[in-house]
Design a protein around this ligand. Structure first.
Ligand code: PRT
Ligand code: ZN
Length: 295
C-alpha cells in the first residue's frame, strides 16, 4: 500500500454497515472528503489527511502496525483481534455512538435455559471464537466453539451446533431462524482507535486537533443547549434537575432583581419530563436547542 509522508492516515471501512456513517462522522468534524477516482484512498481537501478505505477486518492491523494513525472499526471486530500493547495493538480513544449492535448467545427455544451454565458441554457456532472463548472462561463454562465465517444463524438447524453467538441489532435475523436471544456477550459500536506508534513529528499537532474535533462531534451528538428564565431562589433546585450539566451560566434579566436567565449544556437527553420538572421548580420560557459543534 503506497502512502505519502507528511499526511495523516485514517483507516475506515470501504463498504458495509460502517462505511457511510464513518464518512459522515469525519465530515461532521469539518474534514472535507474528496471522493476521487482512487477507490482505496480518499483525500481530505482542507487538511493533509488521507482516508484509507479497506475491509473492516484490516483496520486494527493497519492502525496497530502504525501504517495508519487512526481508524474507525466495530468494537466487536477489534475485540476479536485484540493483540495487546506489547504486540503493538491499537488503543481505543472513544466510542462513536453509531454501528451499535450486540454479540449475543442464542439458542432454539426448546433448550432449557438457566443461565450460561446451560451451555456446558454444548457446541456453539460463532464468527467470534476469541471473544466467545474469553466470555465462556469468565463464566466458568466448558463448551465447544465451532468457528464459522458466516451464516452462523443456520448452524442449529443444520445440527452443526446447539447454540450460536452472533451479532444482533434488530433481532429480526434471530427471529427468522427461530432462535431466542439468551445472554449478552459484548455490547458493540464503532470506536475510534489510535496507533501506539508516534505520528511523524510534523503531524503530531494535526493528530491532536483531529482527535479533539472527533471528541467534539461525539460530545455534541447527544448534547442539548437548554435556556430558561427562573427565580433566583430556584437556582439550586434547577441545577439539580438539569441532566449531565456542569455549572450553568446565570445572567441577570433586565429590570428584574428576583429572576435570572439560566443557560446550560446538558450531556444527556432532555425529556419532556425534565421540562415539566424544571417548570415545577419555577422555570419559564424553557428552550432546548441542538448543538452543532462543541470543543
Ligand atoms: O466487507 P467488510 O469485511 O468490511 O464488512 P463485513 O461484512 O465484515 O461487516 P459489515 O459491513 O456487515 O458490518 C460492519 C460492522 O457493523 C460490524 O462489525 C458491527 O460492528 C456493525 N454492525 C451493526 C453489524 C450489525 N449492526 C448487524 N446487524 N454487523 C452485522 N450485523 C448482522 C448480524 O450479524 C445479523 O446477521 O446483520 C444481521 C442482521 O441483524 P438483525 O439483528 O438486525 O436482524
Ligand atoms: Zn469484515
Amino acid at each position: 500500500m503506497s502512502t505519502e509522508p507528511g499526511r495523516l492516515r485514517i483507516a475506515i471501512q470501504k463498504s458495509g454497515r460502517l462505511a457511510e456513517r464513518s464518512l459522515a462522522f469525519i465530515e461532521a468534524a469539518g474534514l472535507r472528503v474528496m471522493k476521487g477516482a482512487n477507490e482505496l484512498l480518499y483525500r481530505i481537501e482542507n487538511q493533509p489527511i488521507d482516508l484509507l478505505r479497506v475491509r473492516d477486518d484490516d483496520i486494527a492491523t493497519l492502525v496497530g502496525d502504525g501504517v495508519c494513525d487512526l481508524g474507525i472499526v466495530g468494537l466487536n471486530v477489534l475485540s476479536e483481534q485484540e493483540r495487546g500493547e506489547q504486540e503493538g495493538g491499537a488503543q481505543v480513544l472513544m466510542r462513536l455512538g453509531f454501528g451499535r449492535c450486540a454479540l449475543k448467545i442464542a439458542t432454539p427455544p426448546g433448550l432449557q435455559w438457566h443461565g450460561p451454565q446451560s451451555l456446558a458441554g454444548l457446541r456453539i457456532a460463532t464468527s467470534y471464537p476469541v471473544v466467545l472463548g474469553r466470555w465462556l472462561k469468565e463464566q466458568g463454562v466448558d463448551a465447544r466453539i465451532v468457528t464459522m465465517r458466516g451464516a452462523v444463524e443456520v448452524a442449529p438447524r443444520l445440527k452443526v451446533s446447539d447454540a450460536i453467538c452472533d451479532l444482533v441489532s434488530t433481532g429480526a435475523t434471530l427471529e427468522a431462524n427461530g432462535l431466542m436471544a439468551r445472554d449478552l456477550v459484548l455490547e458493540s459500536e464503532a470506536v475510534l482507535i489510535r496507533s501506539h506508534a508516534a505520528p511523524e513529528p510534523a503531524l503530531a499537532d494535526l493528530l491532536q486537533s483531529v482527535e479533539e474535533r472527533f471528541a467534539g462531534v461525539v460530545a455534541s451528538q447527544g448534547s442539548k443547549y437548554v435556556m430558561m428564565n427562573a427565580p433566583r431562589s430556584a437556582l439550586d433546585a434547577i441545577s439539580r434537575i438539569l441532566p449531565g450539566a456542569g455549572a450553568p451560566t446565570v445572567t441577570p434579566l433586565a429590570g428584574r432583581d428576583d429572576a435570572v436567565a439560566v443557560h446550560a449544556v446538558c450531556q444527556e437527553s432532555v425529556f419532556w419530563e425534565t421540562l415539566e420538572r424544571l417548570k415545577g421548580a419555577g422555570a419559564s420560557s424553557i428552550l432546548v436547542l441542538p448543538i452543532e459543534k462543541m470543543m
